[in-house]
Design a protein around this ligand. Structure first.
Ligand code: PMP
Length: 332
């Protein structure tokens, strides 16, 4: 109720005042440190979620006659492609759509240097597949890191642009982190209204209009927590969490994994039950145990345990114990 002696809560802070300036500066500095970015990069907090970035990337960087390369590794990647097609040409460099994105496609070998950029999704939230890292490329790489940013060591500087919605590993919904290498700002392809232009947002230091003050403030607190814990320790913990679940899925006679070992995500562990009846029974059992939101996405069915940074090893052990108890009670 009295933020930093200002006499008002953080919810009432003026977004052009000193206190919010400090919140913005600290949050951006934390992103810079955690991603190992030098001053060649600009950091923005924006509105509009992942989908606005799907549109703004081509709006800013894909001219009408240009072609951008897209890696089609899931429904979010496919949605990004649809957005790009409003502005220029899209070359789908590889795709695993024919198998309902159950695995990662083969990374493309010959990437044309003429592409305006290459867009990839580092973690495919719905299917539980994840690229090991962002590979270096001869064209600017644009990465949607919405569901795995800050979850492990990532070569952020292999990207010219990366973005992540806050609502998974950063903070509450309502703001999106966008990082751009400064040279990208010179590539603007068309005249845009200010809200759609990265250059304008950079010029106005993320306060082109009233920003989501509270979401950015909570994100800053989360970034402090991530820094205090350390990315290496977070990665270690995420590997333990995911390992516990994948091992149990492999051991348990009532479940099976949907994803090849090399493509498995540390953030979203997707698996199936042996049959529809078991699926329904396990969902009911989870509800009884207080395990929520474990139902898979409507397009895939099955289960998805989303174990973002805030989920603890203890939480995961609780789910594993529930899976074991369920097997004892329902073994055929
Ligand atoms: N990209 C990825 C990888 C996502 O997981 C999501 C949402 N779950 C989005 C983009 C879309 O984000 P939003 O709902 O904020 O538009």
């Amino acid at each position: 109720m009295d933020y930093n002696g200002s006499g008002v809560s953080v919810l009432s802070l003026p977004h052009r005042g000193k206190d919010f300036d400090n919140i913005l500066a600290e949050s951006k500095q934390l992103v810079r440190e955690l991603c190992g970015l030098n001053n060649d990069y600009e950091i923005l907090w924006m509105h509009g979620g992942g989908r606005l970035q799907f549109a703004m990337i081509p709006m800013n960087f894909l001219g009408e006659g240009d072609t951008a390369g897209y890696i089609d590794s899931g429904a979010w990647a496919a949605d990004a492609i649809k957005h790009a097609e409003y502005y220029g040409k899209v070359q789908v460099l590889c795709s695993s759509k024919q198998d309902n994105y159950q695995h990662l496609p083969e990374w493309p070998e010959n990437i044309s240097p003429e592409l305006a950029y290459l867009h990839m999704t580092t973690n495919n939230t719905i299917y539980g597949t994840q690229w090991q890292d962002v590979p270096p490329a001869t064209v600017p790489v644009v990465a949607d890191m919405s569901s795995d940013i800050f979850s492990k060591k990532i070569n952020y500087t292999n990207c010219s642009v990366f973005y992540a919605v806050a609502q998974k590993n950063i903070g509450p919904a309502g703001t999106t982190l966008v990082v751009l290498r400064k040279d990208m700002l010179q590539r603007a392809k068309r005249s845009l209204p200010p809200m759609m232009s990265y250059a304008e947002h950079v010029a106005k230091n993320s306060v082109l209009n009233t920003p989501p003050v509270f979401a950015i403030y909570v994100s800053m607190l989360m970034l402090r927590w991530i820094k205090a814990k350390g990315i290496a320790a977070i990665e270690e913990e995420n590997k333990i969490k995911a390992g516990l679940l994948y091992d149990e899925v492999a051991r348990n006679s009532l479940f099976s994994s949907t994803v090849k070992k090399e493509h498995r995500s540390l953030m979203n562990v997707c698996f199936n039950a042996v049959d529809d009846k078991t699926e329904k029974l396990f969902l009911d059992f989870c509800e009884e145990c207080g395990i929520v939101n474990i139902k898979g996405h409507r397009s895939t069915g099955g289960f998805r345990a989303s174990i973002y940074n805030a989920v603890t090893v203890e939480d995961v052990k609780y789910v594993v114990a529930a899976m074991q108890e369920f097997e004892l009670n329902n073994k055929q």
